[in-house]
Design a protein around this ligand. Sequence first.
Ligand code: EPZ
Length: 420
Amino acid sequence: MDKFVVYQSSLKGEVKVSGSKNATLPIMAATLLTDEECKIIGVPDLADVRTMIKILDILGKEVIFEGGVLIIKRKPKKWGYVAPYRLVRTMRASFCVLGPLLARRKKAKVSFPGGCIIGVRPVDLHIKGLRELGAQLNIERGYCVGEAKKLRGAHIFLGGAFGSSVLATDNTLMAATLAEGETTIEYAACEPEVVDLALFLKKMGADIEGEGTHLIRVRGVKSLGGAEFKVIPDRIEAGTFIAVALATGSSLTISGINPLHLTAVIETAKKIGANITVSDSKIHIDVFKKLSPTNITTLPYPGFPTDLQAQFMVALCLAEGISLVNEKIYPDRFMHVSELNRMGARIQRSGPYAIIEGNRNLVGAEVMASDLRASAALVIAGLVAKGKTEILRIYHLDRGYEKLDEKLKILGAKIKREKS
Ligand code: EPZ
């Protein structure tokens, strides 16, 4: 297993973000809705993308992935309809093949994704949405086994205890495109990645309106065709580099982004002490003064994203005072706290809250990566800490960040990948 060795660094320069992992994965699943060839452009080379390629291969798709472009077409041989546990358990997003399989093949057997390091990850809303479209779904030995002789449009409320659900919206939306009649999805997720999926489906011939709002309307069509599509930039990667600039006090330009996807993040960074100028596809960030303590509450889009909570927490450890993080999406998403405390942070966790004492001097240590975003937080901490930081099990990072070490090195970071 690889590890990162990181030293205190001062950074400067421009970094271009890759395509969005969380837009790419559901769009790859959506190709199951057609036999025709699909071309997806701007795809990041990530472990999660390669896992989804393996799943599509099992389900009867031939996938060519070169230079950030995926060509996905039907294999002549018989299609499968089983997404196996050994793959689904490594990547929860695999569960969003369920909707397309039911809609297109009328049957599916998809392993439940199980929990993960950021907490319990239920799929009740996925099941609710698909059942209300007429699918019969049962739980058999850890698998969701489904049949759907005919899917019929319905009015579906998809709000859960934690608000909207991104992938449950995706699963329901994909199935509804081939259901008979009209479907309305109320309390749909509004994330840009859901909008990207809807735009891809419309290019395939789906009849969708309201994407990006809490009410999506779908009129079912007989079939969908192939499409060519470029995925949106990764707003979470962009936000991670904003957190890097804040924590290291660097002047960075982050390019190839859509700043409109980062409003809450930019506002929070300004509150903490960043000077940010925005152009159409870039932001420039300068950090001149001491950082100010700030309270962060994670919310569904357009609120502050849970996927950036850990990264911003590192900057809050350096701010001049006490900050509070309220994690309203995944109340247990604090795997990074114990490791940051081992590096000299002083963070107290109480349920969904973390109280962060500021003015801390972080010191390098040997730490363990866990959740993808917690691992990014440890990299940021290593860039700030005095002495050497070794981050083990960085395969977690390789799941969701394309060449993160190389991008940081270009900015001047002292970071290298080693075999551990
Ligand atoms: C997506 O996961 C993202 N993953 C996550 O990013 C992200 O953290 C999350 O949305 C929230 O923004 C992908 O897009 C591949 P949810 P998803 O369903 O769709 C609860 C990363 O680091 N819930 O929107 O699985 C759930 O427990 C990953 O890139 C139910 O209660 O998340 C959570 O509290 C991590 N029932 C809340 O909803 C359900 O059926 C939001 O989860 C589904 C979810």
